[in-house]
Structure formats: C-alpha cells, structure tokens
Design a binder for this molecule. Structure first.
Ligand SMILES: *[C@@H]1O[C@H](CO)[C@@H](O)[C@H](O)[C@H]1NC(C)=O
Ligand SMILES: *[C@@H]1O[C@H](CO)[C@@H](O)[C@H](O)[C@H]1NC(C)=O
Ligand SMILES: *[C@@H]1O[C@H](CO)[C@@H](O)[C@H](O)[C@H]1NC(C)=O
Length: 490
C-alpha cells in the first residue's frame, strides 16, 4: 500500500509551489471526491472497499479551517515543560561483576522494534540477577513487519557493550562448546543434545546456557531491587543507541524540519504525530470509520479471517465503543484534535507512520489542516533512504529518533510506540501529549457540537496530559513510567 501512495507524496525539494495553488490542490480531494474516482479503476484493491471517504465532521472541519488560534495559546502549547523535580539517579551503586560468570543467557525476541527494545533491557537485567553472561539478543523476524535485521544492524553494538561494561559481561558469539544453541536448533523438533534427566531443582550453575524463547514480558515490574530497575532504564535510555547511519539520517531529517524557508535560518519547532491506523487495528477496534457498507464488510471479513469471531468488541455498537474511548482516531479526527489544541496551519508536522488504512485519500483532511506535513519519504532523498527502505525495524528506528528530538510528541492511539515515547521523553522531561480518548469519542459523537465548544472542551481535557510526571502504579511498565524507580527527587 505504501508503494501505491508514495507517488502522492511531495518531495522535500519540490514544495515551493505558490501557497494558493497548493492549498487548492489539497482541498480538492475533500470537496470534489469524484474527481479522484479514475484512481479507483487503477487500484481496485485499494478502493473497492471504500470510496474516497468524505470528512465525517464537516462542521468541525469548517470551524477549524477558519479558527485563528490566540497567540497566547500557541505560546503555551510550544513552551517546554517546566522542571518537575525529578532527575536521573546517579547515586545507586550497582553490584560489581561476578568473578566467574555463571553461564550464558540467550534470548530470542519477537514483536516490533519497541517490544524488542524492552526485551533487550529485561535480558540485561536477568543476566545481572543470575550473574550470567549475555549473548547479544536475537531479533526474530516479525510475521507482520517481515524485517530480518539483526541486533547490530539496528543498534550500536560497541556502544551497547561498552556502556554496560561495569554491569554485565556480554558476548557477541557463544564459545564453540555451545555453538549448537542457535535459532535453527530450537526451531526443530529433534535435538541431539537434548537432556532428558535435568534435575527438578537445578542450581543456576548446573546449566551452562539458558535459552529463552520467546522472551517478552518475562520479568515483572514490581518488587525488584532499585539497582535492577535502574539498570533496565539505563539500557533503555542510555545503552541502546541506533546504528550511526540511522542517527545520521535522523539528524538530516531533524535539521530539515528545523530549518525553514519562511523564517530564513531560524530554528523552527516541530511536532511529531504518530499515526497508527492500519487495517489490522481498524478491524480489531470494531468501530465504524465512515467508509460505508463496503468498508464495514471488508473489515468484518478481515476480522473473520484473522481472529475467527474472537473479537469481543463486536458485541458493542459503534456509539458505545466511542463513548468508552475505544475507537482509534481517524486522521481527520486527529487533525481536528491538533487544531483544537492550538496547532496552526503553519505548524511543522512530522508524520511517524507505517501505513494508513485507506491510503493517501484518508490523510487528505489532515493535510488540508496542516499543509506543512512531512514524513521520512518526503524529507529524505531516494539515496538517503536507500539503506532503510523496505526494512520495517530501521524505518521505525528513524521515526523513533525523529520523535525523540521533537518539541512535542503526540500519538493518535495508545500502543507500543506511544508508551515507549511516554517513558523515554519523561526521562528527558520532554512534552508528550496523551489524547483523552473517552472525551474525544464523546465529543465526536455530538454531531451538532460547535467548533468553539469542541475547542474549549479539548483544551480543558488535555491540560494535564502534556507530559506532567505520573508516578508508576503497580504492574505498570517502568519503560512507560520511569518515575519513581529510575528517577530521583531533587
Ligand atoms: C492559514 O489560516 C489562515 C486563517 O487562519 C489563512 O488566512 C491562511 O491563508 C492559511 N494558510 C494556509 C497556508 O493555508
Ligand atoms: C550473584 O553474585 C552475587 C555476588 O556477586 C551473589 O550474592 C548472588 O547470590 C549471585 N546470584 C546467583 C543467582 O548466583
Ligand atoms: C452537543 O453540542 C451542542 C452545541 O455545542 C451542545 O449545546 C450540547 O449540549 C451537546 N450535547 C451533548 C450531549 O453533549
């Protein structure tokens, strides 16, 4: 789908067309959707289940397009977070490396980049707890994302090993006596070295090597020593850097976002919007996204194929789901949210997104509200993209990097990326907006709501959702809420 829509993306270097013309072009798909119907014939798979969706909230959209955000609101929105009384802990002494390692820990990590990241942090902690040597984690090929990049193709291996030098020992390869312990070995049923007589209560040193697959969510978040919690955070927020070429590409994109043609030379601010709105998510949510009968049928069919009727949400009506805030925001709705929060049509907006169900046409309303929208494809040259194209993990890494360097981050739906940013940006006291899904669901249900009422309700409902420190509750992740486990009060 990405391939099919890429031709609609403007290149970074060809966007100097006069404003009026580009505005006209951007408005076209909304007000004259039939003009785009010839596309339907060339891309039947994309358009058959959905005829260029019209904006669902026309009143609000018109209100947003005419709205002039008061200067004070803009100033408040873009101002950095005040210091909140928490800083990184530097006082906790970790236990020294054991004189003799107790064997090897090998982990196989599935999931997307952000899940694998947490797995790596936990693996380091487990190796520390067991006084074992960690083998560089194996990143599994995810069935959805299909990326076979290895640890060292995503993360800076030397930095990882050297920043954890005083904490655990790490090897990139197993010694020959354990070289049989590979992904392929565990993938087959017949294992020559299988031990049938393992003692029920073997001590740690009975095992030469422990391979754990899959290794995710295997280490609890509660009741662990502070040193272990801080080690996990240190891995996540300090030891895990992306490989140099990802950081370079990230820096290039950041500097292009920050340099502006309009304000010659001034460092511009930008917001990152993480928009996850793929078919998988749309179908699983069981909500109605306004694409009519064809879209409803297509999503129901997808649910049947993937989950065989196990999506419990289908017993609720669309209205009930929206009232509970359980429907992902569409690109149109997130656009209205951004406008209400005070982002103007002059805002530099970076779209961190894999693919959007419905493609470019579904994003067009967002583009109308925010003409200066960019993403990694529009900002980078084909040459620059060469090393990351087609590799989901590396593309996600670029988005992660650009997101971490933004003035404001906002996510259209709670999920792994949202949680990762919430934690990592809290660690650096950076502004991160958490959409109030239940409030928005209710506001969007009111078809007669005026723009001003909507705008006021949105602003009031997000006052305390912009990165104010939230203390971790029991069972919550330290990677999402690093306070108080990984931070100290000043
Ligand atoms: C931005 O919005 C203002 C009205 O708030 C309008 O006058 C201006 O033309 C818009 N600019 C663009 C590029 O759409
Ligand atoms: C790890 O080593 C420490 C001392 O360095 C010891 O107190 C602890 O019991 C060891 N843990 C295991 C699981 O062997
Ligand atoms: C819907 O919006 C209108 C106009 O803004 C408002 O008067 C009304 O109270 C709202 N209805 C509900 C159920 O919130």
């Amino acid at each position: 789908m990405m391939m099919k829509v890429s031709q609609h993306h403007r290149s970074y270097y060809s966007q100097k067309s006069p404003t009026l013309i580009s505005l006209f072009v951007l408005l076209l798909p909304i007000f004259f959707p039939h003009l785009f119907s010839p596309l339907a014939r060339s891309y039947p798979s994309l358009f058959s289940e959905w005829n260029a969706p019209k904006p669902r909230h026309m009143r609000l959209l018109q209100g947003a397009l005419q709205w002039q955000t008061p200067f004070r609101q803009q100033l408040e929105l873009w101002s950095p977070l005040p210091h909140q009384g928490w800083k990184l802990c530097h006082d906790t002494k970790s236990t020294p490396l054991p004189e003799k390692s107790q064997g090897y820990i090998q982990v196989f990590l599935d999931g997307g980049l952000n899940q694998q990241r947490m797995g790596i942090c936990d693996a380091v902690a487990v190796a520390k707890i067991l006084n074992a040597t960690l083998v560089i984690p194996h990143l599994e090929v995810n069935t959805v994302w299909q990326d076979s990049s290895s640890f060292s193709e995503v993360f800076d291996l030397d930095h990882f090993i050297s920043s954890l030098r005083d904490e655990i020992s790490i090897v990139t390869e197993l010694p020959v006596e354990y070289s049989w312990s590979t992904r392929e070995y565990y993938g087959t049923g017949i294992r020559e070295t299988r031990i049938k007589t393992a003692p029920v209560h073997a001590s740690a040193d009975w095992y030469g090597i422990a391979a754990i697959s899959p290794f995710s969510h295997r280490l609890a978040f509660d009741n662990l020593p502070k040193t272990i919690q801080q080690l996990r955070c240190k891995v996540n927020f300090e030891a895990l850097l992306f490989v140099p070429h990802i950081r370079e590409l990230g820096d290039t994109l950041v500097s292009r976002l920050r340099s502006s043609v309009e304000f010659s030379g001034q460092r511009e601010k930008y917001v990152v919007l993480h928009l996850r709105f793929d078919k998988d998510m749309a179908a699983h949510s069981a909500c109605d996204f306004g694409g009519g009968r064809a879209e409803k049928l297509a999503l129901a069919k997808y649910r049947q194929v993937i989950w065989q009727g196990r999506v419990m949400k289908t017993q609720f009506s669309d209205e009930e789901l929206r009232n509970q805030g359980r429907c992902p925001l569409t690109p149109e709705e997130i656009g209205l949210l951004l406008a209400a929060l005070g982002f103007t049509n002059n805002t530099r907006l970076y779209l961190a997104s894999h693919k959007v169900y419905g493609g470019e046409a579904r994003i067009s309303t967002l583009r109308t509200l925010f003409p200066r929208i960019e993403d990694k494809r529009s900002l980078a040259t084909a040459d620059e993209r060469g090393k990351v194209e087609g590799k989901a993990s590396l593309l996600a890494a670029v988005d992660y990097y650009v997101s971490m360097h933004s003035d404001i981050f906002i996510s259209a739906s709670p999920g792994n990326m949202h949680n990762a940013m919430l934690g990592h940006r809290a660690y650096q006291n950076l502004k991160t907006i958490r959409p109030n899904m239940a409030l928005l669901g209710q506001l969007f249900l009111n078809k007669s709501i005026s723009w001003l009422d909507f705008q006021n309700a949105v602003v009031a409902g997000h006052k305390n959702r912009q990165g104010q420190i939230r203390v971790r509750k029991e069972k919550q992740s330290i990677y999402t809420y690093p306070v108080p486990d990984c931070m100290c009060q000043t």
